[in-house]
Design a binder for this molecule. Structure first.
Ligand code: SAM
Length: 271
């Protein structure tokens, strides 16, 4: 059992706890994040504070959101960092980030070594607060980052890719091996930066409709779009947008999904 485990004997698997123990990796993450004084920095899942302690050297105040009350107690009693922490003992999925941004007086820089079991839900949840987010830096399962950063025509390109790249630029930053964590996870990890776009490239009239159309298309990803989207669009409508009806969901660009969404929106006004 190493030091980290001795500090915290019970690892709660249900909270996706894999603590960072490699100081080189931690330093690299901090150098990518580049925290600055008077920025509204927010860490999701500080755990035992591996990242927290390194980030907090650069700033006066850090907001942390941690669900595990034993870890919260350790953080709040920590002799060197507790006085700089603004701690929320809460499930991050219940945090109102608009309110938090308002309280902190500026838009948020959010980061964390995320619990893998909630990471994709959390990212989609955060997009509902995109207007109050300056950037996101997350350690994620490598496969998830592959999906976030995918391009059309591959098996990793899907709904998560489209919704993420609709809102954000995606930058892969660092590949991290399992040995950097304790306990050692079964998967590789990747640090990624998501930067909300100042100008959305292909704005849609209704984001829920983009979500719906991509859900329908990728739910039957082996079918041609003529079939999978056949109850929503006529083949001629697909062609007019520039989509070959014989293509599959993974062959359609984000731009064309946005065009489909706006056509669907216009059609919905007429019915
Ligand atoms: N940041 C620490 C590190 O790198 O060593 C811990 C990372 S660990 C992968 C994920 C952390 O998120 C744990 O501390 C866990 O308790 C916390 N967590 C899990 N689910 C959460 C949730 N729904 N809301 C807030 N924190 C959560």
């Amino acid at each position: 059992m190493n030091n980290t485990m001795q500090q915290y004997r019970i690892v709660r698997k249900r909270f996706g706890q894999n603590f960072l123990i490699d100081q080189y990796v931690i330093d690299r993450i901090v150098s990518f994040i580049q925290p600055l004084h008077n920025q509204a920095m927010v860490e999701i899942g500080p755990g035992l504070g591996s990242l927290t302690k390194s980030i907090i050297k650069y700033i006066d105040r850090l907001t942390v959101i941690e669900i595990d009350r034993d870890l919260v107690r350790q953080l709040s009693e920590h002799p060197f960092i507790s006085h700089k922490l603004n701690i929320y003992q809460q499930d991050v999925m219940t945090i109102n980030f608009s309110k938090l941004s308002h309280e902190l007086g500026q838009i948020l820089r959010i980061f964390g070594n995320l619990p893998y079991n909630i990471s994709t839900h959390l990212i989609l949840h955060l997009f509902t607060y995109i207007n109050v987010i300056r950037d996101l830096h997350f350690m994620l399962q490598k496969e998830v980052v592959n999906r976030l950063s995918a391009v059309p025509n591959g098996k990793e390109y899907g709904r998560l890719t489209i919704i993420t790249q609709y809102y954000c630029k995606v930058v892969r930053l660092l590949e991290v091996p399992p040995q950097a964590f304790c306990p050692v996870p079964k998967v590789n990890s990747t640090l990624v930066r998501l930067v909300p776009r100042t100008n959305i490239l292909h704005p849609v009239k209704n984001i829920n409709m983009l979500s719906y159309i991509t859900y329908v298309a990728f739910n039957q990803r082996r079918k041609t779009v003529r079939n999978s989207l056949g109850h929503l669009f006529k083949p001629q409508q697909l062609v007019e947008i520039g989509i070959d009806p014989k293509q599959r969901a993974e062959n359609i660009s984000i731009e064309n999904y946005c065009k489909l969404t706006n056509l669907f929106y216009t059609k919905s006004l007429k019915t």
